[in-house]
Design a protein around this ligand. Structure first.
Ligand code: 5GP
Length: 208
């Protein structure tokens, strides 16, 4: 009676400082509350050094550039990108497993990463771009992060502008002016995506 549901990749991008991580943590919390075990967690591989209390296999798999390039050569990375001189990539096997178990997987990844997942997984992916409420607000958030020099803040803002120019390459655009609303918007997108006719034809056949 019940058709096998293949999980959805929710690929979220947006400029640094827009609050992607916080919004996605909220979305994950709400999805888990509604349906425990329904969200899978992808741990990326990176060549950047661990920060603070970060542990290998928890926040990231920390690897050398040689090891990372070997993983690419071995086909173990489904998408990867360079960000501030370091590689970041998504391991293929765990993702395939989660999707075939029917788990949805939320991604906070670069623009190229989201678009690559969309090309590779097509109907199993939805891409979302998060905008800041205003450039002033983004600037405040970038400054609020701590002891960045003025030059670094300006560089990050310039990069943010260049990224925001690409928002139209995504399927959905939301604004993070309020955490609960932004999380609610992403939940609405996920619900709509799952209700697409193309994904529910088997239910019609089963009914008849
Ligand atoms: P951070 O070094 O601050 O943890 O992450 C830097 C950036 O890398 C973030 O903007 C995040 O979206 C991106 N990122 C993290 N993991 C991946 C990944 O597996 N693939 C891609 N393409 N980007 C990633």
């Amino acid at each position: 009676m019940k058709s096998i549901y293949r999980g959805l990749i929710v690929a979220v991008s947006g400029p640094s400082g827009v609050g992607k991580g916080t919004v996605l943590a909220k979305v994950e919390e709400l999805l888990e509350k509604a349906n425990p075990g329904s969200v899978g967690h992808s741990i990326s591989v990176t060549t950047r050094a661990p920060r603070g209390q970060e542990k290998d296999g928890v926040e990231y798999y920390f690897r050398t550039t040689e090891q990372f390039e070997q993983m690419i050569a071995d086909g173990k990375i489904v998408e990867y990108d360079k960000y501030v001189d370091n590689y970041y990539g998504t391991p293929s096997e765990p993702l395939d497993e989660m999707l075939s178990k029917g788990q949805d997987v939320l991604f906070d990844i670069t623009i190229e990463g989201s678009l690559a997942l969309n090309r590779k997984f097509d109907t199993d992916t939805v891409t979302i771009f998060i905008l800041p409420p205003s450039m002033e607000e983004l600037e405040n958030r970038l400054r609020g992060r701590g002891t960045e020099t003025e030059e670094k803040v300006q560089k990050r803002l310039e990069q943010a502008r260049n990224e925001i120019k690409r928002a139209g390459e995504f399927e959905y655009i939301i604004t993070n002016d309020d955490l609960d609303r932004a999380a609610g918007d992403i939940l609405a997108i996920i619900t709509a995506e799952k209700l697409k006719a193309s994904k529910n034809i088997s239910a019609v056949e089963e009914l008849l």
